[in-house]
Design a protein around this ligand. Structure first.
Ligand SMILES: C[S@@+](CC[C@H](N)C(=O)[O-])C[C@H]1O[C@@H](n2cnc3c(N)ncnc32)[C@H](O)[C@@H]1O
Length: 251
């Protein structure tokens, strides 16, 4: 399925940059948290919202779980479709709202996930609530939603400077690739940063600007309740204790 609407950041939707997303950050031990949750809930069906290049969907498909991976960044989904087990995943180029609009996806999933801070890309309250309501619509009556978000008081963005993050990584088929992150604006809960990717072999530079929202626990609880979730648990994020929260809510 392909939908048009949300404009993903270049860092996820430029084909050449999407192809180096995994080689630039190959350590995905963060996903163990979500694999463990799928086990904890005995999930046979999972909806992964903001699946990106599909590493988590691929892991689940290899474990025999029926998975739908949705992301508005078509270039990232194209990379996902090349991963082991990808032919057993249903891919959607679109958002949770797009998925929920299809009756075949309503009340189908035991678990919905948003790994790697996808939850922070929703800037407006209305957009965030629409996303949560759509996920709720896709979950079975006893299903769960799990996602992570960074702890605002940790002020992690203070480390997002060119000086601290600039690196060059050797990528097979591309040669050396340079990137960094530089915060350009902090406005309350909203943090904006540039993240260029430079292919040093031929000098191509792809610029990307993103804004993330750092919501408080109170705002997270309120929005989840409003969208129909209950038994909202806010746990310390196992792979980033003190820096991230793992939110688990019951549909
Ligand atoms: C940091 S990446 C995480 C990707 C993936 N979950 C992972 O663990 O590697 C954030 C993802 O959110 C996606 N995204 C942006 N807007 C979205 C929306 N409205 N709904 C769902 N996903 C969105 C981006 O395209 C991108 O793939």
């Amino acid at each position: 399925m392909k939908y048009v609407g949300v404009m993903p950041d270049a860092v996820f939707d430029h084909p050449r940059v999407a192809r180096v997303y995994d080689p630039l950050d190959p350590d995905r031990r963060d996903l163990e948290t979500y694999v463990n949750l799928a086990d904890e809930f005995g999930a046979a069906t999972v909806l992964d919202v903001g699946c990106g290049t599909g590493t988590f969907c691929s892991l689940l498909a290899e474990r025999g779980i029926r998975v739908v991976g949705a992301d508005p960044a078509g270039a990232s989904v194209a990379v996902a479709q090349t991963k082991p087990g990808a032919d057993r995943v249903t891919w959607v180029v679109g958002t949770a709202v797009d998925v929920a609009a299809e009756p075949a996806h309503q009340h189908q999933y035991d678990l919905a996930t948003m790994t790697a801070n996808v939850a922070q890309v929703f800037l407006e309250d209305e957009e965030w609530l629409a996303n949560l309501r759509a996920i709720h619509m896709c979950l079975r009556p006893d299903g769960h939603l799990a996602f992570e978000t960074r702890v605002p008081s940790d002020r992690g963005w203070e480390q997002w400077t060119k000086e601290l993050t600039q690196r060059v990584v050797e990528v097979e088929g591309e040669g050396p690739v340079e990137d960094w992150v530089q915060v350009t604006k902090v406005d309350g809960e909203f943090v904006t940063f540039d993240s260029p990717t430079i292919f040093l072999a031929d000098g191509e530079r792809i610029d990307s600007t993103s804004t993330l929202r750092f919501r408080t626990q109170e705002a997270l609880r309120q929005s989840l309740s409003k969208a129909g979730f209950s038994r909202i648990e806010i746990r310390d994020l196992p792979y980033a204790p003190g820096r991230g929260w793992l939110i688990v809510a019951h549909a």
